[in-house]
Design a binder for this molecule. Structure first.
Ligand SMILES: Nc1ncnc2c1ncn2[C@@H]1O[C@H](COP(=O)(O)OP(=O)(O)OP(=O)(O)O)[C@@H](O)[C@H]1O
Ligand SMILES: [Mg+2]
Length: 253
C-alpha cells in the first residue's frame, strides 16, 4: 500500500482539487482510499460522501473505532473515502496527547493495509501535527504551487519539513491554477521545472472546468474527460505513479 500526501503549508492552492482528481485517476487501476484530514471536509463534499465520522475522529485515534466502519464508498469503482467531519478540528490536539504523536496516521492506516493499493491524504494547510503525521506516513508528497515568488518559498518550507521527517517522502510539486495570460505564470511554467528537480512539468491551468467540480460534486475527469485540465491531472497521476510504484493486488468485487 502506497501513501500519497497532498500537502502545502499554503491554503487555497489546489490541494483538495488535486487529491480528488488524483484519487479518481488512480482508481482506474488501483484500489484507492482518499482520507480527508481537513475539518472543512471539502474532499468529502466533492465526492458526495456524508461528513459523518461515527464516534468522531477521537475514537479512531484512540483505537476505539475501526477505520473500516467509517470508510464510505463513492459512485466510482475502487474509490473509497474516509470522510472528515467537525471532530477533525481537534485532531491536532488529539495527536498531541497521543503516544508517538507523529505516527498516528500511519498506525491507523495499518488497519487497511491490504485493502487498498493507494491511499491519498488530503491535508489541511499549515505545518501542524496533522501535516507531520501525513508526511510521516507518506511515500510521496504532492505539492501544488500557484505561480508567484511566494510559491518557491512554500516549496522550500515543504522541503524543510520533509527533511526533518523520519520517513523522507519524495516530493512531486506541480504548477497549479496557471493563467498563461500572466507574465509571472508563463515565466514560472518556463523556468521552475528546469530549476527545481522536484517540480514536474505538468501544468494545471486555471479554468472554470475545474471550478465546476464544486457544483458537479465530481472529479473533473468524470464530467469533462477531454479538457486540458482533466488530461493534466491524468498526467500528474502518471508521474506520481512512477514515483511511488503502487502494486495492484486482487481487485475486490
Ligand atoms: N486549476 C484551477 N482552476 C480554477 N479554480 C481552481 C483550480 N484549482 C482549484 N480551484 C478552485 O480554487 C479553490 C481552492 O481549491 P482547493 O480547495 O483545491 O485548494 P486547497 O489547497 O485544498 O485549499 P485549503 O487550503 O482551504 O484546503 C476551490 O474553489 C477550487 O475549485
Ligand atoms: Mg483543501
Amino acid at each position: 500500500m502506497k501513501v500519497v500526501a497532498v500537502y502545502s503549508v499554503k491554503g487555497g492552492v489546489g490541494k483538495t482539487t488535486a487529491a480528488v482528481n488524483l484519487a479518481w485517476e488512480a482508481a482506474k487501476e488501483f484500489r484507492v482510499l482518499l482520507w480527508d484530514l481537513d475539518p472543512q471536509g471539502a474532499a468529502t463534499f466533492l465526492l458526495q460522501v456524508k461528513p459523518k465520522v461515527r464516534g468522531g475522529v477521537g475514537a479512531l485515534v484512540a483505537g476505539r473505532s475501526k477505520v473500516a466502519r467509517i470508510i464510505r464508498s463513492t459512485d466510482y469503482a475502487n474509490l473509497d473515502v474516509l470522510p472528515a467531519d467537525a471532530s477533525y478540528r481537534d485532531l491536532d490536539l488529539m495527536f498531541d496527547h497521543a503516544r508517538k504523536s507523529e505516527q498516528r496516521v500511519a498506525k491507523i492506516l495499518e488497519q487497511v493495509d491490504g485493502d487498498y493499493d493507494v491511499v491519498i491524504l488530503d491535508c489541511p494547510p499549515g505545518a501542524a501535527l496533522v501535516a507531520e503525521n501525513a508526511l510521516f506516513s507518506a511515500d510521496a508528497v504532492v505539492v501544488p504551487l500557484v505561480p508567484s515568488p511566494l510559491s518557491i518559498r512554500s516549496l522550500e518550507q515543504v522541503k524543510e519539513i520533509v527533511a526533518a521527517s523520519a520517513s523522507k517522502p519524495r516530493i512531486v510539486a506541480f504548477l497549479s491554477m496557471v493563467d498563461r495570460r500572466k507574465t509571472v505564470h508563463r515565466a514560472a511554467v518556463e523556468e521552475l521545472p528546469k530549476k527545481q528537480r522536484s517540480v514536474t512539468d505538468v501544468v494545471i491551468p486555471a479554468t472554470v472546468q475545474i471550478e465546476r467540480m464544486g457544483t458537479e460534486r465530481a472529479p473533473i475527469g468524470s464530467y469533462a474527460p477531454s479538457v486540458e485540465a482533466a488530461r493534466a491531472y491524468g498526467e500528474l497521476w502518471s508521474r506520481v505513479r512512477a514515483t511511488v510504484k503502487p502494486k495492484a493486488r486482487k481487485h475486490k468485487h
